[in-house]
Ligand binder design. Structure first.
Ligand code: PLP
Length: 369
């Protein structure tokens, strides 16, 4: 049972769709698939433009930094992935400033407003929607709305790798939203996608940047249902399959509702057995628990209960564990995991097993309380 917050399991129907013969990317046949995938993505992002890149999510992060920062970037660092935006700026010699918080603490709207008011060079803000390092949700929509009131020319770039496909993101004030194939979209790694606003497209075209990740070139090509370089055909075929599946099975709203309920039921179940939720504003993509016993609990889950959950990174490497909620996770998988955690805690002498986690999970998930 793979319940790590990325990579997530690839459903069988997707694997089958990707197992067919390879088709050439410059053919009417592939262009039709590309077109359909593009249209589905535009719906998912609810934005006016979209590009697909043959790269992992970090490639799309890099493309947004280099194509959308003309002067100075403000990066939000509440974890590994926010930190990465700053490192990309550094690697390219792009001027940047950072707001740094502990990994359980989201940035405040006030701190961002203060930063842009005190530095008029900032022309792009880079932030995670869900920062997967600690599983926290940043108030991205509120930040975007406030920033646009002050200066509508500042680009808001949101890394939605663990948010798109998890929850409905209000993209009204967002200029670029990044996602990747191997998390909520349940595909193998290797494809990234960026939803773009009209303002972002204008800015990209005003001063083009880069070569492989030149978004001006990509947008121009992808509007005509082809790509600048060889497309990741197999992954795009898989993407079309998964998006159609979601659309034909109640649509994204149903998936978002189910994910939110499974996430809140998991949190309640674990709180009921005295687990500490790590982030002060938990995202629905994953549940992160803070405990010194994280490595021991993970080990028991893996060896005894066939459940693979993730630990942490860096300074909280052995202080947290993370349970994935992204993708088509079965309710019984989530209920099994909270049950297994209670059993593991019993084995470690942390509490006496009495089935509380499973009872609370089930009553939240299925009985509405
Ligand atoms: C996984 C992840 C990334 C990095 O993506 P790669 O595909 O590993 O390059 C970036 N941001 C967030 C929030 C992620 O969870």
């Amino acid at each position: 049972m793979l319940l790590t917050p990325g990579p997530t399991p690839v459903p069988e129907f997707v694997r089958k769709a990707m197992a067919d013969v390879t088709i050439h990317h410059r053919t009417p046949e592939f262009e039709q698939i590309f077109k359909e995938t593009r249209e589905l993505l535009l719906e998912v992002f609810d934005m006016s433009e979209v590009v697909m890149l043959a790269s992992s999510g970090t490639g799309a992060m890099e493309a947004c930094i280099t194509n959308l920062t003309h002067k100075k970037a403000l990066t939000i660092n509440s974890g590994k992935f926010g930190e990465r935006f700053g490192k990309i700026c550094e690697a390219f010699g792009i001027e940047s400033t950072e707001i740094k918080n502990e990994w359980n603490t989201p940035v405040s709207v006030e701190a961002v407003v203060e930063a842009i008011k005190s530095d008029s060079d900032i022309d792009a803000i880079f932030i995670q929607i869900c920062e997967s390092a600690g599983g926290l949700r940043h108030p991205v929509e509120q930040i975007a709305a406030e920033v646009k009131k002050i200066n509508p020319n500042i680009m808001i770039v949101a890394d939605g790798i663990t948010a798109i496909g998890v929850e409905k993101v209000d993209t009204t004030n967002l200029d670029a939203v990044i996602t990747g194939s191997q998390k909520a979209l349940m595909l193998p790694p290797g494809l990234s996608m960026i939803g773009l606003s009209n303002a972002a497209v204008e800015k990209i075209n005003k001063k083009t940047a880069g070569y492989y990740f030149n978004l001006a070139t990509e947008i121009k090509k992808q509007k005509t249902n082809t790509t600048a370089w060889t497309a990741a055909t197999t992954l795009i075929i898989g993407l079309r399959e998964i998006l159609l599946h979601i659309k034909n099975n109640g649509g994204f709203e149903v998936l978002y509702e189910k994910t939110a309920l499974r996430a809140s039921s998991t949190r309640e179940a674990l709180k009921a057995i005295c687990c500490e939720i790590y982030p002060s504003s938990p995202a629905d993509a994953m549940t992160t628990i803070y405990t010194e016993n994280a490595p021991a609990i993970r080990k028991i889950l893996k060896t005894k209960y066939n459940a693979n959950i993730a630990g942490g990174q860096d300074h909280i490497k052995s202080l947290i564990f993370r349970i994935n909620h992204m993708g088509l996770v079965e309710d019984f998988e989530a209920s099994w995991v909270v049950n297994a955690i209670e059993l593991a805690m019993d084995e470690l002498g942390l509490r006496v097993f009495d089935g509380t986690a499973n009872r609370v999970f089930a009553s939240n998930m299925f009985k509405g309380n």
